[in-house]
Design a binder for this molecule. Sequence first.
Ligand SMILES: C[S@@+](CC[C@H](N)C(=O)[O-])C[C@H]1O[C@@H](n2cnc3c(N)ncnc32)[C@H](O)[C@@H]1O
Ligand code: SF4
Length: 421
Amino acid sequence: MKENVLKIVTQRMLKGSKFSPMREPILPVRNKIGIYLHIPFCKVPCPYCPYNRYPFREELKKPYIDAIKKEIDIYKERLDSTKISSLYIGGGTPTIRVRELVEAVEYLKQCFDVNEICVEANPDDLSGESLEALLDSDIKKLSIGVQSFDDDVLKNIGRLSHEGKTAFDAVKRALNKGFDTINVDMMFALPGQTFTHLKRDLETLANLEVPQVTIYPLLLFPYVRMAKDVKAGKTKLPPAKEEKTMYDEIITFLTSHNYEPASVWSFSRKGVEKYGSVEREEYIGIGAGAMSDTVLGVYSNTFAVDEYINTLNKGVLPIAFGHESSKKESMVKWFNMRLYELGFRKEDFSNHFGCTVEETLGSLIRIFRSLKLITIDDDSIKVPKSAFYSIHSITKTFLLTYIAKICEEGMKTPWPKEFEI
Ligand SMILES: C[S@@+](CC[C@H](N)C(=O)[O-])C[C@H]1O[C@@H](n2cnc3c(N)ncnc32)[C@H](O)[C@@H]1O
Ligand code: SF4
């Protein structure tokens, strides 16, 4: 019931944001920002995946990396003395060709002062040699996309690029290599996944002492193949109430096995460094379909790889569409992101926006407090454990409303016309 109300409130909050064709970047206001680099290729695209990714073609490898370098060159001029607090490389599959990945990272390091580097990896790419190449290039934070160690679950969801044993061996190998931290991505509420599957996966993770686990509920964006299969009755999802029971089970299991919640969907072993995310700060997105998010607005590159490459070959940034945000809108988005991370220090809000959170988001805070979604003290705003599932629902709605619409429009055509959330 409460979850349904929150869903409607979140949808209303997001409704009406207009995205228009855009060709110039909305530059960050700070001199310390993040960079998100997108590698949109996968060996075998998964039927549930909503992100911008295409089957890998060897002949695109060089032109894509050359285009990335051109985009970096343009931003280098525009961002002159800006420092890069974190470089986050996601996909697609960034590790599909480690040599080219390292080439792009080295180029970025020559152009910018980069602090930490995180990369998303597929288990089947993580040979000992590849792991060493990542470390040699100062990529010290690794996120491995396992989803499940169970072959039946992997087959059921069409995750065909690895088997359970490949994933187990890859995680074990990576754990012995000396990364600063390792995150493992898992999924729950999947077709054909039982509580026994879930429990076995959690036990495997705890036995391996994985530093951080992120476990996403299956998010079915309406345009993905699995959503169409569900609609046609070819794929069956677990009953909706099972998602909550599974979520409760995950929290209970991990918190009783030396993990503590780091966000609504992430759990870190006590005392270990958290796997980073670029979303804490303003960031610039590089690559096909990469989004940039600054205090003054959000914008996206064209999703189409050929258009991305051709545009950069003309010396022009491949920006396709965007949305200038009011300061209030940026604040609300930042606030919701921090609630996903289970809270924030009020000082962080003031440093980010130059005013206090109570001064500007007073009414939103009152609503969240009256719904018992947050607790407030002098220094911070926190999400109590009893509200985790509600924040999970808000985050899900945000992704399925806002991000889904942006991705859908971006994938439909390389240069979308105006659209509204
Ligand atoms: C977009 S992938 C990119 C990295 C890598 N290719 C992989 O699959 O791990 C990052 C993570 O997103 C999560 N993910 C992908 N599709 C999802 C979906 N429909 N619902 C929930 N999580 C999803 C998976 O856990 C995956 O590990
Ligand atoms: S989930 Fe990962 S491997 Fe699968 S299609 Fe998406 S990006 Fe590629």
